[in-house]
Design a protein around this ligand. Structure first.
Ligand code: Q9C
Ligand code: ZN
Length: 342
């Protein structure tokens, strides 16, 4: 299968995040994408191609225009204030505060458009976000044109970003944009299968009231795990979307036995839905050695994931999400893809 990759992700580097009472170097490192890229060459998965330049018209159908317009302005505004380093929010509009105002002050606007302090901006952040969006759409186009499968090596990831907010290292929801692209280009039904360790709250929120995009999530139980405030089992969709959102929250320590049971159940529900195309939000932070995660999947499990997805027999777009055990992420992510190839 072909991979779409852009070196422009590299400018999103040295950003800081808030964790456990400290401002720390971000876990979402440029080397993540480089290890995956190098592993693709090593195993000879297929050609690696550059993204085309897409406009944001598809993205604007799933994420608010004012939010998308805000993203490229952040770092220039930060610098105008005489600041350097990482632009990061520190105040959020929770219950009892106004969620409907976008303060003139950049710090307030950053808080308005995010739900955590996981989305820092540096000089190259917007260009990386835009390149990641273009990577997803270019790979989606390959699948639309009959490729059977394609891999969008996206960085930054996307599944925590919702209709008008960022968070969890995610700004534009690449998988959601790809799903909308398929709908606009003739697919009647699209399934998003999110196997990242963390619940894809943004993807769930974007499609929660829709019956044309099924969203299936397998993730750390939000009672124990980030993002804490979404991803519970009883969230099954609303209105037209009732029944089209499916969550499998799993406890810390879940290994292949428990995890694969959820995957097989999810795949049954996916097959019952009968999508024209499957999008896999491919996080490999389910790995036993992931530094911020608590599942116990092993390197040998990842090809089995790919094989189970292949057996669905649908055109499939893989979109890279998380995975922070940097030295192993290449072998694990590409393991899913080689398992799919058979
Ligand atoms: N205790 C993705 O995998 N921070 N995002 C957790 C660790 C947020 C992960 C702090 C993790 C976000 C795309
Ligand atoms: Zn994750």
């Amino acid at each position: 299968m072909k991979t779409v990759f852009s070196p422009r992700h590299r400018g999103h580097a040295n950003q800081l995040e808030l964790m456990a009472g400290a401002i720390v170097p971000g876990f979402e490192l440029p080397s993540r994408a480089e290890f995956i890229h190098d592993r693709i060459l090593e195993v000879g998965l297929g050609d690696i191609v550059a993204p085309k330049d897409f406009d944001l018209s598809i993205a604007e159908r799933v994420q608010a225009k004012d939010f998308l317009d805000f993203l490229p302005t952040v770092y220039p505004r930060w610098k105008e204030l005489g600041r350097e380093g990482t632009a990061l929010a520190y105040t959020w509009p929770t219950r009892g505060l106004r969620g409907d105002v976008v303060p003139e002050c950049l710090d307030g606007a950053l808080g308005h458009y995010s739900f955590d302090a996981g989305c820092g901006f540096v000089e190259g952040t917007w260009d990386a976000i835009k390149s990641s969006h273009d990577v997803a759409l270019t790979a989606a186009e390959l699948v639309k044109e009959g490729a059977g499968s394609a891999y969008a090596l996206c960085r930054p990831p996307g599944h925590h970003a919702g209709s008008n907010f960022m968070g969890g290292y995610c700004y534009i929801n690449n998988a959601a944009v790809a799903a909308e692209y398929f709908r606009v280009n003739g697919a009647k039904r699209v399934s998003i299968l999110d196997v990242d360790y963390h619940h894809g709250n943004g993807t769930q929120e974007i499609f929660y009231s829709r019956s044309d995009v099924q969203v299936i999530n397998i993730h750390g139980d939000p009672n124990q795990e980030y993002p804490y405030f979404l991803g519970y089992k009883e969230e099954t969709g609303a209105g037209e979307g009732e029944g089209f959102n499916i969550n499998y929250p799993l406890r810390w320590g879940t290994d292949w036995a428990g995890w694969s049971q959820a995957l097989k159940d999810g795949i049954q529900k996916l097959e019952a839905f009968g999508p024209d195309v499957v999008i896999v939000s491919l996080g490999v932070d389910t790995f036993e050695k992931d530094p911020i995660s608590q599942f116990k999947l092993k390197t040998e499990d990842y090809p089995k994931i790919g094989a189970l997805i292949k057996a669905i027999g649908k055109p499939t777009l893989f979109v890279q999400e998380g995975g922070y055990a940097v030295a192993d992420i290449g072998v694990n992510a590409v393991g899913v893809l080689t398992g799919f190839e058979g």
